[in-house]
Design a protein. Structure first.
Length: 320
């Protein structure tokens, strides 16, 4: 952290633990690119995180929240509900984590499938207000992308409830998902990105952010850098991580596969991007040794929540 103050490097180590079928992987997120573009006066780095609220993302979020807030300040979390968790559950999960971390100040917005009509009209606020299944433009239910996600032994509820650990473990604060009042992902993005230079982390599908870029090109100048967890570049076979669809598509990576058009939009935005592909995550697997060591050193509530989540995900993947 000292190095940060010297303005030499910007190194964010965001450890995200991904649940990939039977494989768990560690995800190392780092960059020194563009470090000197940020002046010391520019601190803290304002961060907007877009997540699908899978277990790995919860661990990444906790890691981010543990950083020195005067240096790295998560200001907003937007949720895409077209990949993994469903809208209401995902919002509550994030609210509970933020409450535990005493960060009820962080704005939370939710978006769903995102919609672009056949005639090219972009529907900016899709998602959040209704269950996906009730959205007129939804692809849920028959979407070949989303169907690649496995449902847990408890059905979608396992994904939505983080295997029940959320309610069993996390304290509940005052914020709750209310479909009529919940800000949309687009509202939150417009609000926070309008406020000044910001760094965007995309760790689910790129849907929300792609819709933002297409609808608000004048705000692109405020986005300093985009970090995307997605894709695979030079991985050896087997390369991809499509849970249930691995046999028929061994190459695809879930976050890109979940919304290829959105990924295309983001990649072609012209904003500097650092991609953290499967290559990086595969290089730091969660080994038995790591797991056992972690089990012995749960000194904080955050660590306990992470360990329990990891254990539940592991048990589910072994039994499922
Ligand atoms: C957090 O960062 C600020 C600003 O760089 C610094 O003054 C403060 O000492 C840091 N706090 C801790 C606990 O490291
Ligand atoms: C596109 O289609 C939608 C839904 O049918 C319609 O409401 C909208 O007016 C159309 N837009 C244009 C530009 O034709």
């Amino acid at each position: 952290m000292r190095m940060l103050l010297q303005g030499k490097f910007w190194v964010v180590v965001l450890i995200i633990i991904g649940v990939v079928g039977a494989n768990l992987y560690y995800f190392l997120f780092y960059s020194s690119a563009g470090a000197n573009l940020y002046s010391i006066e520019g601190l803290p780095y304002r961060i907007l995180l877009d997540t699908d609220v899978d277990t790995d993302d919860l661990l990444g979020l906790l890691y981010l929240l543990k950083l020195n807030r005067s240096e790295f300040n998560v200001e907003a979390i937007t949720i895409n509900a077209n990949g993994w968790s469903d809208a209401g559950h995902a919002v509550n999960q994030i609210y509970d984590i933020l409450y535990m971390m005493d960060r009820d100040d962080i704005a939370v917005g939710v978006g769903g499938n995102g919609g672009i009509l056949e005639n090219g009209t972009i529907l900016p606020n899709v998602g959040g207000y209704l269950p996906l299944i009730e959205q007129g433009y939804t692809t849920a239910g028959h979407c070949r992308y989303r169907q690649a996600n496995p449902v847990g032994r408890g059905g979608r509820l396992d994904l939505d409830a983080n295997f029940g650990i959320r309610k069993a473990f996390l304290p509940q604060g005052r914020r709750n998902y209310n479909p009529l009042w919940q800000p949309t992902a687009q509202q939150v993005m417009i609000d926070r990105i309008s406020a000044g230079p910001i760094t965007v982390l995309l760790i689910g599908t790129c849907t929300n952010f792609a819709i933002f870029l297409m609808s608000n090109p004048h705000l692109m100048k405020n986005i300093k850098h985009i970090y995307i967890m997605g894709g695979g570049v030079r991985t050896k076979n087997p390369t991809g991580n499509l849970f249930t669809d691995f046999a028929s598509n061994p190459y695809a990576e879930s976050n890109i596969f979940g919304d290829p058009f959105a990924a295309y939009q983001v990649f072609h935005s012209g904003i500097p991007i650092t991609l953290i592909p499967l290559d990086a995550t595969n290089s730091i697997p969660i080994s038995k040794n790591f797991f056992n060591t972690f089990e012995q050193s749960q000194n904080t509530y955050e660590a306990q929540y992470c360990f329990q989540s990891l254990k539940a995900a592991r048990d589910a993947s072994q039994l499922g």
